[in-house]
Design a protein around this ligand. Structure first.
Ligand SMILES: [Zn+2]
Length: 400
């Protein structure tokens, strides 16, 4: 066996070595390197690996000593002074590089660069948008924000300009936003030097979620809050990825601060999932009315798993929802069925689902079978989870 082959074999063994964390991307947790087919392939020759995995190479930073996925390797390329990447399977690795990877590895490098990640900081996963992953990777290695010797100061108050989509037109306009962390308020102003805010948003009712596809901007952030029993949506972005992610984490810090005051007896680990939330599923479906004889109309749906609401809109970027379906639990008689009730047919779309609540049956049709499957799975997930005492507490506080 030549050096080249021997080193490749050693690297592949390192990817699966127990207790190293190398089987998951060091930055987004993607399980690429540890996928079962890789496991099988590692037993055979590397020639076969190249044959079976031509488009899915695993990557590593040989300057930092971590194994990462293809997507994260793209971010690492932006700061070559700190990180240099190679493909595990396709590039040449010399002995000293393999030695370095053996002595480092994902868990030990994580202990160094993630020594002090603040509780409120959003650590992205593989399914998150690029700007979140990019800023996490840069904060970690390039700016080294989370190393043990770094003094951590909570973000606190924040002020700056964001591009905000107009409520009644699709134009984005520059608006001044002010976050008052201690007061638990976010304000925004239409006039640059204005004294009267256009809106004062209570942190208690606020959620923030990156919605880059829906907003049509790689840094698009959706901020929601309760207003007169409805959910108001704001769509904003900043040209700088760092700025928008800093805003997001500042809002999260303020949310955690509020949650700690509101629920002083709960451990922090139970509050963290409540800081912000992402929709479990979004997309177009068609719905009919309560009699099921009304014409089916196309609506945009968003499933909020924490508030257990299926919200629907005429258009994805509407300021307010048109309506919502509260999703209780199976024990309370809520269910979702595959298909439409007998005798009911959709308009354009054939496949569908029926949500049963104590009050009525909601009938929806989906554009494809794949969409139908995903909606069924997501809705079942919410309905099968019991209402937690905390959920009852937070929703009753919100719908007041
Ligand atoms: Zn990754």
């Amino acid at each position: 066996m030549g050096d080249r082959e021997r080193n490749k074999k050693r690297l592949l063994e390192l990817l699966q070595a127990a207790g190293t964390g190398n089987g998951h991307c060091a930055d987004c947790g993607a399980a690429g390197p540890a996928c079962p087919c890789t496991l099988v392939q590692s037993l055979s020759s590397s020639a076969e690996i190249l044959l079976f995995h031509p488009a899915d190479p695993d990557w590593a930073s040989y300057k930092l000593g971590v194994f990462i996925c293809l997507h994260c390797s793209g971010v690492h390329r932006n700061f070559p002074d700190i990180s240099k990447v190679k493909s595990v399977r396709l590039d040449f690795w010399d002995d000293s590089m393999v030695e370095f990877m053996t002595h480092n590895g994902n868990l030990s490098v994580k202990a160094k660069f993630e020594a002090r990640v603040p509780t409120f900081y959003y650590v992205p996963q593989a399914s998150d948008c690029l700007v979140l992953k990019e800023q996490w990777i840069r904060a970690k290695y390039e700016r080294q924000e989370f190393m043990a010797e770094k003094a951590v100061s909570p973000p606190g108050d924040r002020e700056g300009f964001l591009w905000k989509r107009g409520r009644d037109n699709s134009q984005f306009l520059r608006r001044r936003f002010v976050l008052l962390s201690r007061e638990g308020l976010l304000k925004y102003y239409t006039k640059e030097e204005g004294k009267t805010p256009k809106a004062i948003i209570n942190i208690k009712d606020l959620n923030a979620t990156f919605q880059t596809e829906k907003i049509g901007h790689p840094h698009g952030l959706q901020i929601t809050y309760r207003k007169e029993g409805q959910t108001r949506n704001l769509f904003v972005y900043h040209d700088s990825g760092k700025e928008i992610v800093d805003w997001f984490n500042a809002l999260r810090a303020a949310r955690l601060q509020y949650l700690k005051l509101a629920f002083p007896d709960l451990p922090e680990s139970e509050l963290v999932p409540l800081i912000t939330r992402n929709y479990l599923k979004q997309g177009f479906m068609e719905k009919t009315g309560p009699k099921h004889r009304e014409p089916f109309k196309k609506r945009w749906f968003a499933l909020d798993p924490q508030e257990r609401r299926l919200l629907y809109y005429k258009n994805p970027l509407d300021a307010f929802e048109q309506g919502q379906v509260f999703l209780g639990s199976n024990e309370q008689g809520y269910e979702v069925w595959e298909g439409l009730p007998q005798g009911i047919r959709g308009n354009r779309w054939k496949v569908g689902l029926t949500v049963i609540t104590p009050e009525r049956k909601f009938v929806f049709t989906c554009p494809t079978e794949k969409e139908q499957r995903e909606w069924l799975e997501s809705l079942r997930g919410v309905l099968s989870s019991p209402l937690s005492p905390l959920h009852l507490l937070t929703t009753s506080a919100k719908s007041g």
